[in-house]
Design a protein around this ligand. Sequence first.
Ligand SMILES: NC(=O)c1ccc[n+]([C@@H]2O[C@H](COP(=O)([O-])OP(=O)(O)OC[C@H]3O[C@@H](n4cnc5c(N)ncnc54)[C@H](OP(=O)(O)O)[C@@H]3O)[C@@H](O)[C@H]2O)c1
Length: 277
Amino acid sequence: MPMIGFGVFQITDLQLCEQVVSDAISVGYRLLDTASVYKNESAVGAAIHKSGIPREEFFVTSKAYMPEMGYEKTKEAFERTLSKMGLDYLDLYLIHQPFADYYGAWRAMEELYKKGLIRAIGVSNFPSDRIIDLCYNTDTIPAVNQIELHPFYQREDELEILKEYKIQPQAWAPFAEGLNNMFSNPVLTKIANTHGKSVAQVILRWNVERNVITIPKSTHKNRMEENFNIWDFELSDNDMAEISKLDLHRPQMLDTRNPNEVKRVYGFKDNPVITSL
Ligand SMILES: NC(=O)c1ccc[n+]([C@@H]2O[C@H](COP(=O)([O-])OP(=O)(O)OC[C@H]3O[C@@H](n4cnc5c(N)ncnc54)[C@H](OP(=O)(O)O)[C@@H]3O)[C@@H](O)[C@H]2O)c1
């Protein structure tokens, strides 16, 4: 699994999405991260096919959303995803949220995994207690937990638990989508200037040094290149210590433990995009 991938959340225009993914592939990205709820799986699949690069060189991730949870529904959802992407297997399939009948979903995913239709199965947005509970009640330990993780929400304790269970952490929104002026943060800017790198590169490198896989999103090719090229420098212990002080110790984007947030996520009942899954 590559340490750096490319995410396509909020790129809903299919033509733009295909172009952006084609650009990302030409830059060198091979891990592509989509989800049924992003409504752009077909564009990601089209860009893979048009690249002419053999399928096995890619690492393709998609995710099943709440209306797709449950043994039968997840099997159907997986078929739908494969068909939209024009693929005959996925490298990684994730339960998108720790809600709804995800145990039923997991049983379906285990079957698909055993049949070789999914190379690895995992979860997303699972707090540690939910992960541990899942591990105690299923035959297959999740390969990955994809979670909100960035310098303002570092989740040190949770990373320790994932390590204990040998679950690979993957950071979504590694830049927190630029919230709290992430790209002009003085601490990150100072470290970036020391190394002659950008703030984005420092953030991605900080993840690599914590063994966290990232999936930054950009619609700009120059930024895709910048985000991909983080292999010629290392952060010092002092840099890591300075970054650790930026932790606000709480989610900035999605708190699956907050009742109002759960209601917001379940707003799909009024959301035509999600009800049409
Ligand atoms: N599992 C989940 O629940 C979940 C939730 C959210 C996201 N994700 C995944 O994680 C991926 C990444 O998260 P995200 O898209 O929310 O946010 P993100 O990667 O933290 O931030 C993307 C934003 O940063 C900007 N950007 C990217 N590179 C930059 C650079 N080098 N310099 C300055 N600005 C830069 C982008 O602008 P431009 O596009 O204009 O360049 C975009 O506005 C998603 O695409 C998705 O695949 C998963």
